[in-house]
Design a protein around this ligand. Structure first.
Ligand SMILES: Nc1ncnc2c1ncn2[C@@H]1O[C@H](COP(=O)(O)OP(=O)(O)OP(=O)(O)O)[C@@H](O)[C@H]1O
Ligand SMILES: [Mg+2]
Length: 290
C-alpha cells in the first residue's frame, strides 16, 4: 500500500460550490479524494458538467478548497503562506483549448514566456525552448514560425511546449485531444509519453474519450456530479459497464467488443482496454480449446 504522504498530489475531502451563498449556488465537487504518485498517469473521466475542470483548477491553486485539503509536493494549497509560485513551477497546466492562450508573434517567444518570467538566464531559456520543441516533435528552427500561421494542432503543440518549458514535474491536461484528428491525437500521445520518460514525472489528465483514458492511464477516477463513483485500473473500471452506462459513459470499443462476446455466452475475460488486449483475450479462448 502506498503512503498517501508520498503522493505528488493529494486531494482529500474537497467540496466546492460556484456562487456560494447566492440563489445560483451550485455544488461542483462533493467530497473528492484523489491522489497522484510519482511516475503515474492518472485519468479522470466523467460526463459534461461533472466537475472535472473544477477539480483540475484545485490542483495548482487556481481555486482554493472551500472544504478539505489539497497538497501538491507537500505544500497545502490555499492555506495562508502557501507558496503558489513554487506550486505553479512544479505543476504545469494545459487547459481546455490551450491554443487560445498562444499570444506572442513568434513561436519561440511564446514558449519562452514562462521561463523568462521565472527569471532564468538567456541561455537557459534558449535550452528550455529547444528541449520543449523537441518534446513536442519540432526542430529548434520552428521557434521562428509566426504563431498566426499555425494550424490548430500546431498551435496546441506550441501551447503545450510553453508549459513543458517551465519543466513541470506534474502535468495537468484538460481534454488535450479535443477537436484533433486521429493523427494529431496520436502525436499528442507521443508527447505525453516523451514527457513521462523523464525521471519522476507524473500526468493527471481529463478526457471524455474512453479509449484515450484506457490507453494512457495507470489508474482512472470516474467523476459523476462532483463525486468519485468508481476508481481503479483501466481493466477494473471497464469491467463495470453497468455503472458507467448508468452515468452516460460508454465503454471503449475493445471493452465493448469483449462484452458483446460475453453477452453471447462466450467466456472471455472482462475489461480489455486496448485493441491488443481484446485480441489477446480472444486468442486465449482458442488456446484453451486446443
Ligand atoms: N464559473 C462558473 N460559475 C458557475 N458555475 C460554474 C462555473 N464553472 C463551472 N460551473 C458549473 O459547475 C459544474 C462543473 O463544471 P466543470 O466545468 O468543472 O465540469 P466538467 O466536468 O469540466 O465539464 P465539461 O466536460 O463540459 O468540460 C457545472 O455544472 C458547471 O455548469
Ligand atoms: Mg471541463
Amino acid at each position: 500500500m502506498r503512503n498517501h504522504k508520498d503522493a505528488l498530489l493529494a486531494i482529500e475531502g474537497v467540496y466546492h460550490s460556484y456562487l456560494p451563498g447566492t440563489p445560483f449556488e451550485r455544488r461542483s465537487l462533493d467530497g473528492v479524494d484523489l491522489s497522484v504518485y510519482e511516475k503515474e498517469t492518472v485519468g479522470i473521466i466523467g460526463p459534461s458538467g461533472s466537475g472535472k475542470t473544477t477539480l483540475l483548477f484545485h490542483c495548482n491553486g487556481l481555486l482554493r478548497p472551500q472544504r478539505g485539503t489539497v497538497r501538491a509536493f507537500g505544500i497545502p494549497i490555499g492555506e495562508p503562506g502557501a507558496e503558489l509560485r513554487d506550486i505553479r513551477r512544479r505543476v504545469g497546466c494545459v487547459f481546455q483549448s490551450p491554443e487560445d492562450q498562444v499570444f506572442e508573434r513568434y513561436v519561440g517567444d511564446d514558449i519562452a514566456f514562462g521561463p523568462r518570467n521565472m527569471g532564468l538566464a538567456v541561455e537557459t531559456v534558449r535550452e528550455r525552448v529547444r528541449g520543449a520543441l523537441a518534446t513536442v516533435g519540432y526542430p529548434f528552427s520552428f521557434k521562428d514560425r509566426l504563431t498566426s500561421r499555425l494550424s490548430l494542432g500546431e498551435k496546441r503543440r506550441v501551447a503545450i511546449a510553453g508549459v513543458l518549458a517551465m519543466d513541470p514535474r506534474l502535468l495537468l491536461l484538460d481534454e488535450p485531444t479535443a477537436g484533433l484528428d486521429p493523427e494529431a491525437r496520436r502525436d499528442l500521445f507521443e508527447i505525453i509519453d516523451r514527457f513521462k520518460r523523464r525521471s519522476g514525472r507524473a500526468v493527471l489528465m481529463v478526457s471524455h474519450r474512453m479509449e484515450e483514458i484506457a490507453e494512457l492511464s495507470d489508474r482512472i477516477y470516474v467523476l459523476v456530479r462532483g463525486r468519485v463513483v468508481l476508481q481503479g485500473t483501466a481493466r477494473g473500471v471497464f469491467s463495470r459497464p453497468d455503472l458507467l452506462s448508468e452515468n452516460g459513459l460508454s465503454l471503449p470499443a475493445p471493452a465493448q467488443t469483449v462484452r458483446l462476446l460475453q453477452e453471447r455466452g462466450i467466456p472471455v475475460r472482462s475489461g480489455a482496454c486496448s485493441v491488443q488486449e481484446a485480441a489477446d483475450t480472444i486468442e486465449e479462448l482458442f488456446r484453451d480449446r486446443t
